[in-house]
Design a protein around this ligand. Sequence first.
Ligand SMILES: Cc1ncc(COP(=O)(O)O)c(C=O)c1O
Length: 397
Amino acid sequence: MNNKQLKERADKVIVGSYARYPAAMVKGSGCILTDAGGKEYLDFMAGIAVCALGHCHPLVTEAICRQAGELVHVSNLYYTEPQIRLAELITGNSFGEKLFLCNSGAEANEAAIKLARIYSDEGRYKIISLSGSFHGRTLATVAATGQPKFHKGFEPLPEGFVHAPFDDLQALEQLIDSSTCAILCEPLQGEGGVRPLGQKYLQGIKALCDKHNLLLIFDEIQTGLGRTGTLFAYQQLGIEPDILTMAKALGNGLPIGAMMTSSRIAAPLVPGTHASTFGGNPVACAAAVTTLEIMLADGFLAGVNEKGGYFQARLNTLVERFPTIISSVRGMGLLVGAVLSEQAVAHGTDIVNKMFDRGFLMNFAGGVALRFVPPLIVTEQEIDRLVAALGEVLAEL
Ligand SMILES: Cc1ncc(COP(=O)(O)O)c(C=O)c1O
């Protein structure tokens, strides 16, 4: 079956909530994806920051196959070793002491929201998040998301979520009242246009949490698991949250998410308060354990930092060549954005489509920046190829 035939079949039977490119992917290896017509793509999307070790990493595939031959699912009525091993690995390399395992980013944020409410004193339920943020597509996480376009048509949204304007600590403090229990933010807004909050802003948020006795929740669903050059972004920013959520790269492609916190804060989550049938599935956990072992091995995270620096430097050559199109380059590690100038944002989607035609996958985030989240195993040569092709596309505009 070719791309067109597969598209026609899909359009008949799959809900049309995604704007898909006209390609059906059939194979992946490293940073290369192949579609049903045999066309190859250099992938700087990595399944939206998921396949951090590249497609079908042989050791992850081996771990999945091994675990699938032993035990696939038992629910959380029983213990399973891959789940325990995964929680040990993550807590052993972060501030966390306890993990709640689930299946996606939104579900991890739901767990964080429920924990913030149950942990906090009676009457405290309100969560403040930031404008431009993205926290997921369930009703509560949509309500937490600070972008009205995601709310439209789904009102009334659950109560208890307010959004503070970006980079305005005074306005944020004004939103805090006796019903507030937590501040939720991404250390760098990914979907919002690769917009780092920066250390000073984050320190200010942390100080407000301390002053008003609020929990600080970091949504590291996109920034976590090596993407920014440390296991979690908070580790290089020097600001420790009370609760942290992760998903995306955790299973290198298998669906898995987690909410992490301290033993003290996790204490109210007693039996019966929260659950997920598939959460901590042994196969997903086995994939995650191997993914983490590779990321934590000597040199891996340092390599992400180096390649991120190289990538930003190469993109900066395009800022020099096309100053009226690209105004700046920003990001952390291999979560990189090329910010389009005001006059060029109308061309964002067009640039991405032209790159797609040439066999390069990337996207346009937040209506402001070309976003690149390649597998963390990307090479400098692959970065050079992407930048050269982008230069050609920009020259044609
Ligand atoms: C920061 C952030 N939070 C939450 C989510 C939602 O994750 P999921 O799509 O796995 O539910 C995303 C997804 O893009 C994200 O980038």
